[in-house]
Design a protein around this ligand. Sequence first.
Ligand code: 5GP
Length: 138
Amino acid sequence: MSETIFSKIIRGEIPCHKVYEDEQVLAFLDIFPLSRGHTLVIPKEAKATMAELSDGAAAGLGRALPRICRAVMSATGASAYNLLQNNGSAAHQAVMHVHVHIIPKYESGEGLGLVWKPGKLDASEGSLLAGKVAAALR
Ligand code: 5GP
């Protein structure tokens, strides 16, 4: 895949406000934060979307995430937060290197705003679709 700004941050060629690093993961403050403490957690494996990540890189990311969430909450004093993970430009992904946003939500409303317009799952369509996804996983 092509080089992104996050590869340069991983290599230390571009500075960041680092909060965590291990062999597989780097976490740093977002340069345009939605709220105080907005943090990006990235695998060092350079893949654009979650679906492309190797099991090893995904495991490293999954292991680090809860710990970093706890640290961000502890440092900011926020009591709620959203995790956001965009995949594809149609889904608002701007940097084509997997990243998870940790976005503290404050009582003032500062944080992630959501427009959530739920539909209703049709039972027969649900059976069909769940079967298709399960088959794709085999
Ligand atoms: P996306 O829309 O791809 O999910 O989010 C990309 C995020 O990366 C944005 O929130 C943006 O502010 C952040 N970002 C982009 N370039 C840089 C950078 O050079 N340094 C840091 N720390 N964050 C960046």
